[in-house]
Design a protein around this ligand. Structure first.
Ligand code: PGA
Length: 263
């Protein structure tokens, strides 16, 4: 069993770096080297680095003999074929990806990704042994109208209706209020707690689901100041980190907060 597989079995928290469309070969090398030096000895926390496709080979070569794992930020819903610009699950496997972010609101909005599309991608990842990191969350208007659970419930139900609730076993869901992403305005621990409880209750009804429990992360302006408070909340199993993952010291502080939150 390699290091990554060993970590995953015991990790209590996950901190996932979402680089979005940032980086270049030189900067990445330095950031990844810092990550390894600072984070390779964490005991309770699995760190995952999700990079743009062209850098998968680089991230693989820097992280492959460490406890840090890596992944992509999207995959195609099809296996292969005439789909110009798409990248398949098998291609991600060629570069050792164990994780893939799916349904991020930045993609869903800009590229009109429907819940059904995202559900197909979720299944494609599962079928290839790649852990899906499914992003769900509401807009500010939806929160102000009090329909945030309806919105998140529908996003989850699209997958449950197609494939059954057990497809979430060992998967990751990231609650990402759209109003909190990149705004500096994170959800309060109370707001996050309520939504995480809702997601937890929905996805852990069967005995099987309780045994292979889905991890539920929080994403949206996680930073070194708010991370510990958020990660201590019941049913918050870690974070999906955008902006602060591009700074080695900030990302280290967030990962240390995850480690501390386990106690
Ligand atoms: P942010 O991004 O940390 O920059 O708010 C989070 C995300 O997009 O998942």
């Amino acid at each position: 069993m390699n290091n990554v597989a060993r970590m995953k079995k015991t990790a209590k928290k996950f901190v996932i770096a979402n680089w979005k469309m940032h980086g270049n070969l030189e900067q990445n090398q330095s950031l990844l080297t810092h990550y390894v030096n600072q984070l390779n000895s964490l005991k309770q926390t699995q760190v995952v680095v999700c990079v743009p496709y062209p850098y998968l080979s680089q991230v693989q070569s820097v992280l492959e003999h460490t406890d840090l794992a890596w992944g992509a930020q999207n995959l195609a819903k099809n296996l292969n074929g005439p789909f110009t610009g798409e990248v398949s699950a098998e291609m991600l496997k060629d570069f050792g990806c164990e994780y893939v972010i799916l349904g991020h609101s930045e993609r869903a909005t800009a590229y009109c990704e429907s819940d059904e599309n995202i559900a197909q991608k979720f299944m494609m990842a599962k079928q290839h042994g790649i852990t899906p990191i499914l992003c769900v969350g509401e807009t500010l208007i939806e929160r102000e109208a009090g329909v945030m659970e309806l919105k998140v419930g529908k996003q989850l139900d699209t997958i449950i209706d197609l494939y059954g609730v057990d497809v979430f076993n060992d998967a990751i869901v990231s609650y990402e209020p759209i109003w909190a992403i990149g705004t500096g305005l994170a959800a309060s621990p109370l707001q996050a707690q309520a939504m995480h409880q809702f997601i937890f209750d929905k996805l852990t009804q069967s005995k099987e689901a309780q045994k292979n429990r889905v991890k539920i992360l929080y994403g949206g302006s996680v930073n070194p100041q708010n991370a510990l408070q958020l990660f201590k909340v019941e049913n918050i199993d870690g974070g999906l980190v955008g902006k602060c993952s591009l700074s080695a010291p900030a990302f280290e502080d967030i990962c240390q907060a995850a480690e501390l939150s386990v106690g």
